[in-house]
Design a protein around this ligand. Structure first.
Ligand code: ZN
Ligand code: ZN
Length: 285
């Protein structure tokens, strides 16, 4: 029973991370693809703070879209897999420190609590709308950010210990390592491996496994072609769980002002000639 409770906690952690980073940091704050009720948005940003401060996350991500896989992209795999995966956070390209960082779980959260507000600040000017929110400005400051990082580790690992003892701690640590690396895989694997159906010069791909494990974020080629769309599924067979969540939140009155998703005509106009007649690239709507 103890292990079952710890397993439920780990599943809740994965779902909350997907909502906090995929829905709120990414689609809402960085792309303004929709609007969320402020209480809901702020609660999820608070839970998702280990991803980085909301101001720097949105600024870096906007730079990534403006210069995808060019010199000014903060995390392109053109500068190496490990640089794109997580080395760009810690100014490393060698695989040894990057692998250690990738596997550090709660130690990474605590290290980032100190380090993140002091690094990767080059693009914060690209997110003035996020910085205009006093709460996001407050949690992006070094002191509060560190306090939230410590509280995140103490709260979730305390719950894991209470629910499952040592096994609960190990399960949550494995879950957290998975969550960190799935987020990082969108910047590395989903710019290296997979399908590139659009006529573009950057490297973003549709990566089914990353998409499955990140609730739809891995349809990254689709996203780079239509970044303001609140949904990333475009072709038959693709599933975007975050889009289902957005629809549910819209029904509940929590999500609103959804930006328009691309039509089949919009999609066809952007496809590479070589895939225009391929059955795998028929827009689902
Ligand atoms: Zn990308
Ligand atoms: Zn994006």
């Amino acid at each position: 029973m103890q292990l079952l409770n710890a397993l439920v906690l780990c599943m809740v952690y994965v779902v909350l991370a997907g909502l906090a980073v995929g829905l709120v940091y990414h689609r809402t704050l960085s792309h303004r693809a929709l609007r969320l009720a402020p209480w809901f948005e702020r609660t999820l940003v608070t839970l998702g703070l280990p991803a980085g401060t909301p101001v720097q996350w949105a600024g870096n991500h906007r730079r990534h879209h403006a210069h995808t896989d060019q010199e000014e992209d903060p995390h392109s795999p053109r500068h190496g897999f490990w640089h794109a995966h997580n080395g760009w956070y810690i100014s490393q390209t060698h695989w040894v420190p990057c692998l250690a960082y990738a596997l550090a779980g709660p130690l990474r959260t605590l290290f980032d609590g100190w380090h993140r507000p002091r690094s990767n600040q080059e693009s914060v000017h690209l997110a003035p709308d996020v910085a205009a929110d006093p709460y996001y400005r407050f949690v992006s400051r070094p002191g509060p950010y560190l306090a939230f990082a410590v509280a995140h580790v103490a709260g979730f690992y305390g719950a894991a210990w209470a629910l499952g003892g040592t096994a609960g701690l190990i399960m949550l640590m494995a879950t957290q390592i998975l969550v960190y690396n799935l987020g990082d895989a969108i910047d590395s694997a989903a710019h290296l491996i997979g399908d590139r159906p659009f006529a573009v010069t950057h490297l973003a791909t549709n990566h089914p496994w990353v998409a499955f494990l990140t609730f739809g974020e891995g349809w990254h080629a689709n996203h780079h072609s239509f970044p303001r769309s609140p949904r990333t599924d475009i072709f038959r067979g693709q599933v975007d769980v975050i889009w289902w969540e957005i629809r549910l939140l819209a029904l509940l009155g929590i999500a609103s002002e959804l930006h328009k998703a691309p039509s089949a005509t919009d999609v066809r106009a952007r496809l590479k000639d070589s895939v225009k007649d391929s059955p795998a690239h028929v827009p689902a709507r």
